[in-house]
Ligand binder design. Sequence first.
Ligand SMILES: *Cc1c(COP(=O)(O)O)cnc(C)c1O
Length: 395
Amino acid sequence: MSLEWLKPAERLRTLPPYVFARLDELKARVREQGIDLIDLGMGNPDGAAPRPVIEAAIAAFDQASNHGYPPFEGTTGFRRSITQWYKRRYNVDLDPDGEALPLLGSKEGLTHLALAYVNPGDLVLVPSPAYPPHFRGPAIAGAEIHSLILKPENDWLIDLAAIPDSVAERAKILYFNYPSNPTAAIAPREFFVEMVEFARRWNILLVHDLCYAELAFDGYQPTSLLEIPGGKEVGVEFHTLSKTYNMAGWRVGFVVGNRHVIQGLRTLKTNLDYGLFSVLQTAAETALNLPDSYLQTVQDRYRTRRDFLIAGLAELGWDVPKTMATMYLWIPCPASVGSTDFALKLLQETGVVVTPGNAFGAGGEGYVRVSLIADCDRLQEALNRLKQANIRYSL
Ligand SMILES: *Cc1c(COP(=O)(O)O)cnc(C)c1O
């Protein structure tokens, strides 16, 4: 019998396969062979949320009022914590009633923003490589996507001068993300100023993903789009509690910035979900109010791993530049080996899982992304296996 009548919608069929799902299948197969996997593939932090956050959640569970539907737009308490956090971190004033919206994780918001703002055929600018929801959201919405290919010689920054006027003219939204997943690149403040000028000149909505706001090292402090004069007029900024607070499974994020854009996203979401569980919003408030000493601990953890892995890889012939932020290393594949082949070779010969760079778009071809989501003992084991399998840079 033909299954033609059960054919999924066109918008689903045109999506490229989700590389992580394919990698999961291969991981399962290697695991079946009895190989102990060292999974440095996903951006999934190891370890539990901070103790005070867990305790706040437990206390919130004990209140019956938290068990009903939460307010659509988020609790006043969480929205206030978000805007106070912005004031503290960036000295930016935001209205908790119109310029901040809690999300069921930032992936949800980044994707739904496209559904709220993109008509089929609209042009959306997305860097390549990029975090997949930045191009999959617009793709689901039927956008025409114009890839901004990022290059190492440009420090993985978007080259605005390379965007033809005819493209800028038609573009509706530009997604971007610094400190960046997957490249770990950071952008100077001046770059953000240029982005705002570009957006104003062409009437393009800027969507900045600042999910690594706190995972920065050696004194570096990432820039917020909203710190830049005019930033709020042309943009919104997304945040997550997944990375900084080890809360990836809790699904808590938020968006701040232009109130008209946030209003549109809120209207769409009112039709899709009932908002974030109040227990989680209470816990999230606690997280945003943790003392800076907590952040210090998290930053030290990733910095130590970064230094350890970079030093170990150097002994194997890899020259990986020091990263100033994120939980990733972005490593070139040995000459003439493709991303997928190299990641598969590593998986099959060593049980070390990395993500092929092309999972983040064609601009990531020739690289793999390594997540610093294991302690140094485990990273040493990964290095030992690379050495044993004689996987050196000269390969
Ligand atoms: C991890 C990550 C997120 C977080 O997504 P959540 O849905 O909030 O867990 C968002 N953006 C980027 C670039 C990321 O790497």
